[in-house]
Design a protein around this ligand. Structure first.
Ligand SMILES: Nc1ncnc2c1ncn2[C@@H]1O[C@H](COP(=O)(O)OP(=O)(O)OP(=O)(O)O)[C@@H](O)[C@H]1O
Length: 265
């Protein structure tokens, strides 16, 4: 049985469809990339999978976690899943972090809530995670507030928070878009290592095809709220079927050629 599925997922606001008939399936160790231009419905899909859609949006279709349909389920059922079975990181880590709480306590919070660890054990685990995500002086850093560390470090903390409870699915929505290119590459390499090590299934959302292609084995291409094309990453890159996917691949190839040209000059 798949861990997480969406079937015929449709999201509407005032009868206007924003996402239509979206389907996806995530099994253990799957790495799926969701790609499309701005406004294509990627983030709303992610929020729907977490039961976090803005007020007023309506969802139809099915979203199952371990076979159980959660569309229309009460928030207490979603809370049991969110941050536990299905976890997330977003573009701006500050949105996930409490500005007034030391980062160690923020990583420890979900461990106490979902895994029932006591304060001391949760804090010890938080220090281990801070170390694991490559942050220096973990013992000291757990006492820092989010604004006292850099953007890249904050995204490492967000990854630690997301993975500490050993979720089975990680949804990462543009997790490196706000970072500069060097830091972006470091976070992607860390993410790659962590998902390999923890066997977590990954849904990686981005508008940047080369970034997605590096991490994902399968791609889902969205446009105007619909799935335009999906398939193995290699197939989509080599033989894009839809005009839109061809355009994405051609633009990415052009950017790569330009970048290579710059290096050679
Ligand atoms: N809170 C909201 N209220 C009204 N419309 C919204 C809201 N959030 C998103 N939309 C609309 O839903 C559609 C899909 O948006 P979504 O944010 O999912 O796109 P996206 O592919 O994630 O884009 P981006 O890459 O810019 O984040 C867009 O037309 C957007 O304008």
């Amino acid at each position: 049985m798949s861990i997480l599925t969406a079937e015929q997922l449709t999201i509407t606001l005032d009868d206007r469809p924003l996402v239509q008939n979206m389907s996806l399936e995530l099994d253990a160790r799957d790495r799926v990339g969701l790609i499309g231009e701005s406004g294509s419905g990627k983030s709303l899909t992610a929020l729907a999978l977490l039961g976090l859609l803005p007020e007023g949006m309506r969802v139809s279709g099915r979203i199952t976690v371990d076979g159980r349909d959660l569309v229309g389920a009460p928030d207490r059922d979603w809370r049991r899943v969110r941050g536990n079975t299905v976890s997330m990181v977003f573009q701006e880590p500050l949105t996930a972090l409490d500005p007034l709480m030391p980062i160690g306590r923020q990583i420890a919070g979900p461990l106490r809530l979902h895994q029932g660890l006591n304060r001391a054990d949760a804090q010890t685990r938080a220090v281990e995670w801070v170390r694991r995500v490559g942050l220096p002086e973990a013992d000291r850093l757990v006492r820092a507030l989010p604004h006292e560390i850099s953007g890249g470090q904050r995204q490492r903390v967000a990854l630690a928070m997301a993975l500490a409870c050993r979720p089975r699915v990680l949804i990462a929505d543009e997790p490196t878009t706000a970072l500069d290119v060097t830091v972006q590459a470091q976070i992607l390499a860390l993410l790659d290592e962590l998902i390999e090590e923890t066997s977590v299934a990954l849904l990686f959302i981005s508008h940047d095809l080369p970034v997605v292609a590096k991490l994902a084995q399968r791609l889902i291409v969205m446009r105007d709220g619909r799935v335009e094309e999906s398939g193995a990453t290699d197939d989509v890159l080599r033989r894009p079927r839809s005009a839109y996917a061809r355009h994405l691949v051609a633009s990415a190839a052009q950017v790569t050629r330009l970048a290579v040209g710059t290096v050679q000059e």
